[in-house]
Design a protein around this ligand. Structure first.
Ligand SMILES: Cc1cc2nc3c(=O)[nH]c(=O)nc-3n(C[C@H](O)[C@H](O)[C@H](O)COP(=O)(O)OP(=O)(O)OC[C@H]3O[C@@H](n4cnc5c(N)ncnc54)[C@H](O)[C@@H]3O)c2cc1C
Ligand code: FES
Length: 279
């Protein structure tokens, strides 16, 4: 049996600066041992520990989709020790990935259903994975609606892909920014909750919302979904609690009896409602 604390060795194959403040970079990794790619079979919504020798490990959502082969991608915000070190690493450098970890979005439940993706800021990583996955398996899903916002156009992640999805007629895209001076901006201006109120489909039994973003966005979007009639077991969220082991062993991430790393990070709002409010 593979030691769950041992990372797979990977090489940094590409680095893309995503945002105008240069604080978000997307790292593409290839496995040094091709057989490890199969062992790292993942689902959208899972995360991994990015492991930098001598610095530590950080839990990061997997931004690539299981339908994309030959690499895995992660988008990392530069905030502290490990993420800053990672931001200084170069193409060709070797490091480790431990995972995949956590549950995932509930793809068995979502199959055949309409899915509304609501994202804000840099919490769009596993949502990108989900969109790419759903588009690669388009026949398995009903209507796909995406509402994604950032402070400014330059703070949107994956801009080229967003523009390509905009042009498709099998996905309903609503990109928005809080504000912009760009006279060529042709998408929405307004906060995510406001755009959700205008663009999200009314709830029904076959429609699920996945929502990821800063707490303030979630706080103001949830009442909008309530008003549109979404049942709390049809609203899906992903938590980002502090973590260490990532495999339910150290107790660092627990909320009540649940380990966010193992039982989550994905929970329905109905589940979260039954948990202590410490997440
Ligand atoms: C399941 C999961 C998925 C995540 N996905 C992503 C992702 O896709 N992209 C991304 O950039 N980040 C993601 N994060 C957050 C990321 O793990 C932290 O930003 C990272 O661990 C910071 O490590 P550091 O060593 O750079 O910072 P540290 O030196 O440890 O801390 C620097 C600052 O970051 C804060 N911080 C540390 N950990 C967290 C955390 N878990 N949540 C909020 N603030 C924290 C500290 O309070 C401190 O202010 C995710 C976290 C979890 C649990
Ligand atoms: S991070 Fe160790 S139990 Fe969750």
């Amino acid at each position: 049996m593979q030691n769950p604390y041992l990372p797979y060795p990977v090489k940094i194959d590409d680095i893309v600066v995503e945002t105008e403040d240069k604080n978000l970079k997307t790292f593409t990794f290839v496995f040094l041992n091709p057989a490890d790619e199969e062992r790292f079979a993942y689902r959208s919504g899972q995360f991994a520990e990015l492991s930098v020798t001598g610095k530590g490990e950080i839990p990061i959502g997997i931004a690539s989709s299981p339908s994309e082969k030959g690499f895995v991608k992660f988008t990392v915000n530069k905030v502290g020790l490990v993420s800053s070190y990672l931001h200084n690493m170069q193409k060709g450098d070797i490091m480790g990935i431990r995972g995949p970890l956590g549950n995932s979005y509930p793809w068995d439940v979502l199959k055949g259903k309409n899915v509304v993706i609501i994202g804000g800021g840099f919490a769009f990583t596993t949502l990108r994975s989900s969109i790419v996955y759903m588009l690669a398996n388009r026949q398995d899903f009903g209507k796909i609606t995406v509402i994604y916002g950032a402070r400014t156009p330059g703070m949107l992640l994956y801009r080229d892909e967003l523009m390509a999805w905009e042009k498709r007629d099998d996905i309903d895209m609503h990109i928005t920014v809080d504000g912009t001076n760009d006279p060529n901006w042709k998408y929405n201006v307004g906060f995510v909750p406001t755009i959700t109120e205008k663009k999200a489909p009314q709830a029904d039994d076959d429609t699920y919302a996945i929502i990821c973003g800063p707490p303030i966005m979630i706080k103001f979007t949830q009442p909008v979904l309530d008003k549109a009639g979404y049942a709390h077991d049809h609203i899906i969220m992903s938590l980002e609690n502090r973590m260490k082991c990532g495999i339910g062993m150290c107790g660092r991430c627990n909320v009540g009896k649940d380990f966010v790393c193992k039982d989550g990070p994905v929970f329905t709002l109905a589940q979260l409602n039954t948990m202590p409010k410490e997440y």
